[in-house]
Ligand binder design. Structure first.
Ligand SMILES: Cc1cc2nc3c(=O)[nH]c(=O)nc-3n(C[C@H](O)[C@H](O)[C@H](O)COP(=O)(O)OP(=O)(O)OC[C@H]3O[C@@H](n4cnc5c(N)ncnc54)[C@H](O)[C@@H]3O)c2cc1C
Length: 506
């Protein structure tokens, strides 16, 4: 493809390659997060020519790393769900299979409100899913729920299942509250859901965040039995896995492999427009103040949701109604500290914080050197990496979170880490620290999500077989969902292009 030289602000055209029967079709992938990169890999494997256009100066989106205190640390995603073989398989294909590890078996804790915060911290049992206990009479669960809460939760065993198993549009919050009561919701499920999705359970579509839970409940007769069955159906061992050296290596290896295999990967390319052009598309990008137009046989949009709708709405006006609401952001404060008392891993791999814990503003703390043995070995005795996240769904704009200045976040992080870990940590103990902010980066599956996704998919399919959309805003939060969907969409796009080649040979 020839590229016309352009001056600042002047439109430059990339001319299409001469047409001929053997010319590989070109797919432009908009967005170089994990969804875009994985889709690009599938498209290349299907024999297509691929151009990835990424707005920022790096690939990976919410998968990234940076060096702090001499450690290479993940800045966003730091683990993956082991409920499917998706991530291990991709890691294997990329030569990272021998780096897969399980986190420390000590598990996480939950910090509940209470006059004595130390007594109100409890290990979080891991027998169910998303904090829903498989057996509410388990003494570890009763210790969290209290007597009244446990008795209410036990009603789940005897209450008739009723329409909750089949009715459309049920939130995780409604399901848990109806079956097991408010205490299970606020003391177990809300802290876990807040940590994973940055959302309130009443806003989460249960069928999206826990697929199969309601139908299993219908079959087995109780929510606890369903949660236990789904947990058991997952592979044995920890619910999450990681990579020695960090998850961002997946991004690094993908980018390397894509380049080796001939993908055209471009950063600092802000895609501002998509327009139909003959059988294909014209993609307009801004690069260093210069507008460029690229021809494409097909386009796969892998940006976040609001950006995707804005890009597609001119071609697909009906999509504007499906523009997702803004999503909350999080600020992550990482502290590298020299505190030998933390060698004992006093709160396991970390702490999820229930709402209403006096004096604590963080919503979760990861004790990274407790969670990952490779990082512990790298740090050596006494040195610790702690990551705290700030910013809850539904917070007042003035609450501590994304917009809070770095120094204030640092002070909150020190105070919260001391309280949550039960070990005093002072400024003098801190070897290094930083703040990473993710604005609008955690889309969540709100109630009715599956119907909305189906409507969006149908609108896109109606418009053109040479257009596809993927990404966490449609697939759901987490690498497994994002990777699976990106592959499926890329495969469907490749099928459609192969089909049109047969119908209209070039
Ligand atoms: C703090 C944090 C922690 C997380 N932890 C975990 C975890 O431990 N495990 C897990 O499984 N998941 C985790 N996730 C979720 C996981 O990272 C995401 O679900 C997944 O990476 C989303 O990938 P994506 O490609 O859909 O979106 P993104 O990562 O948002 O990528 C979208 C890309 O599109 C680019 N873009 C946007 N608009 C344009 C445009 N107009 N032109 C060109 N490019 C554009 C963006 O710059 C970005 O690079 C975490 C997320 C966050 C924020």
């Amino acid at each position: 493809m020839a590229r016309a030289a352009g001056q600042g602000g002047v439109a430059a055209e990339e001319t299409p390659a001469p047409s001929g029967r053997t010319r590989p079709r070109t797919v432009v992938v908009v967005g170089g997060g994990m969804a875009g990169l994985v889709a690009a890999r599938t498209l290349l494997q299907r024999g297509l020519r691929v151009v990835v256009l990424e707005r920022s100066d790096r690939f990976g989106g919410t998968v990234d790393s940076r060096t702090l205190g001499g450690f290479r640390l993940d800045s966003g995603a730091e683990s993956f769900s082991t409920r499917s073989a998706t991530v291990p398989a991709l890691a294997g294909e990329l030569g990272l299979g021998d780096r897969i590890v399980a986190p420390d078996a000590t598990g996480a804790w939950v910090q509940l409100p209470g006059a004595d915060l130390r007594a109100a911290a409890q290990p979080l049992p891991n027998s169910g899913i998303l904090g829903i206990p498989a057996d509410p009479s388990d003494p570890a669960i009763s210790a969290i729920l209290g007597r009244a809460g446990s008795l209410r939760a036990a009603l789940d065993r005897v209450l008739p299942v009723g329409p909750l198993a089949t009715r459309p549009r049920v939130s995780l919050g409604e399901l848990v509250r109806s079956r097991m009561g408010e205490d299970v919701l606020t003391r177990l499920v809300a802290p876990v859901a807040g940590g994973v999705f940055s959302a309130d359970p009443d806003d989460l579509d249960v069928d999206s965040v826990a697929p199969g839970l309601r139908s299993t409940m219908g079959r087995l007769g109780s929510l606890g039995a369903a949660a236990g069955a789904l947990r058991q159906a997952a592979p044995a061992g920890a619910a999450v896995g990681g990579l020695v050296g960090g998850i961002a290596q997946l991004r690094d290896a993908l980018v390397r492999r894509l380049r080796e295999d001939g993908a055209d990967l471009r950063t600092n390319e802000h895609v501002g427009g998509l327009a139909r052009s003959g059988d294909g598309w014209t993609v307009t990008t801004e690069h260093s103040g210069l507008t460029r137009r690229l021809p494409a046989d097909a386009v796969l949009v892998a940006t976040e949701g609001r950006g995707a709708v804005d890009l597609l709405a001119p071609a697909l006006p009906a999509l504007a109604e499906e523009r997702p609401d803004p999503v909350p952001g999080v600020a992550l404060v990482t502290l590298i500290v020299d505190v030998p008392e933390l060698d004992a891993r006093p709160r396991g791999t970390g702490v999820l914080v229930a709402r209403g814990v006096a004096g604590v503003t963080a919503k979760a703390l990861t004790h990274a050197t407790a969670k990952w043995a490779w990082l512990r070995d790298e740090a050596g005795p006494g040195s610790h990496v702690i990551r705290l996240s700030f910013g809850r769904a539904g917070d007042e704009p003035t609450a501590v979170g994304l917009a809070t200045p770095d120094d204030d976040l640092f002070r909150h992080a020190l105070a919260d880490a001391s309280t949550l870990l039960g070990v005093p940590i002072g400024e003098a103990d801190v070897l290094d620290w930083d703040v990473v902010r993710w604005a609008g980066a955690l889309p969540h599956a709100s109630v009715g999500h599956r119907d909305r996704v189906a409507r969006i998919r149908a609108l896109v399919a109606e418009q053109s077989a040479s257009l596809a959309v993927t990404g966490g805003w449609l697939a759901g939060t987490g690498l497994v969902a994002v990777i699976d969907d990106a592959r499926a969409r890329a495969d469907a796009l490749a099928d459609a292009l192969a089909g049109s080649d047969r119908t209209h040979p070039m």
